[in-house]
Design a protein around this ligand. Sequence first.
Ligand SMILES: *Cc1c(COP(=O)(O)O)cnc(C)c1O
Length: 379
Amino acid sequence: MVDLKGQYNAIKDIVNPSIQEVIETTSFINGPKVREFQNNLENYLGVKHVIPCANGTDALQIAMMGLGLKPGDEVITADFTFAATVEVIALLNLTPVLVDVNEDDFNINVEAIKRAITPKTKAIVPVHLFGQCADMEAIMEIAKEHNLFVIEDNAQAIGANYTYSNGEKVKAGTIGDVGATSFFPSKNLGCYGDGGAIFTNNDELAQTIRGVVNHGMYKRYHHDVVGVNSRLDSIQAAVLDAKLPHLDNYNKARQNAAKKYNETFKTIENIITPQISNACTDICDNCDCHVFHQYTLRLNGVDRDALVKHLNENDIPCGVYYPIPLHKQKAYIDDRYNDEDFKVTNQLVKEVISLPMHTELDNEQIEHITSIIIKFING
Ligand SMILES: *Cc1c(COP(=O)(O)O)cnc(C)c1O
C-alpha cells in the first residue's frame, strides 16, 4: 500500500545526516531538533502553537485533557473512522456519541451532529478522513451556537487546505480549538517510528497542553495537573524536519496518482471514485484540498471479497478502511445507538476498497493496477 523504502532512498542524503547529528549530540529527548521541527511546522501550517507528542492517539487524548473535559461530558464523533478517535474519548470516561457520515466524502454528517446535541454535549471531533476536511465551516457554526469545543482529528489530512465559502484557505487541523495529528510512518508526513502533534492558536490552551504532555509540570517537579509522558523523540523530529520541506510535493504526488486513477475509472459504472467535497470541485492542478491519505473507491454490484482475493493473487496490495462501523465494535456497542441512524456507514463498510497510494507510485504501476481491476469487473 505504501513504498517507504523508495521514499527513503530518495531523501537518504538529507535524512541520514539529520539523524546522525542527533546521535552525535546525544540530545535524544527534547533536543534542539524537536524545537526546530516544531517551529518549522508552525510556520508551514500557519498556526501559533505546535506541541509535539508521542503519537496521534496521545495527541487526541492530550487535546481533550487540555480542554478540561470531564467524565460524563458527551463528545460527538464519526462512526466511520479509525478506532483511536473514540478510544481516547472512552478512556477519559467521557461519553462517545457516534454519528453517521456522508456517502460522498465519507466525513461526519453535519445534520447528524445537530441531532446528537444534548445539554451534556461538550465537544465535536471531526475526523478529516482519507485526506480531506470535514465541513468545518458548518461544524464551527454549530459549535459556536452550542458553545462546544472542536477537536480536529487531522491524522490523515496534514497539508490539506480547507477552503471557506468566501475563498479563504487555511490548513487542516488549525480551524478548531485544537487539532491532533499522527506521524505514523504511513501517514502523509510520517517518521520512522511513532510520533504525533497537537496544534492550537490559543495561547492559554497551548500552555496547559505543554504541561499535560510532561507529567503536568509547568515548573520542574511541580505537578499542577495530572499529565502524561508523551514526547516526540529527537531522532523522529530529525526525520520529520528533513521530510517537512517535501510534504507539499509528496501530497502533489498523491494527487497526481489519484487523478490518474480517477481518469482510468471514469467510464466504469460499478466504481464510484472519491469525491471532493470542499469548495474545490475537482482535482484541480493548483489546489490541495484533498491530500489522499487513502484512495478509496466505492464498489457498486462488485463482489468485494472476490476482488480483494484477485488483487492479492496478482500481488497488488489493497485495504478495506474500515470494515466495521464503530457502533458495532464490541468495545463501543451501546444501547444508546439505533442501527437505523447509521445507514451510510453501514453501507460504506460493505462497499469501500482502498488502493495503493503513496509518493512513489508511477503511471505504469497505476495502469497495471487499474487494468487488473477493470478486467475483473468486466469479467
Ligand atoms: C492514524 C490515526 C490515528 C492515530 O495515530 P497513531 O499515531 O497511530 O496513534 C488517529 N486517528 C486517525 C483518523 C488515524 O488515521
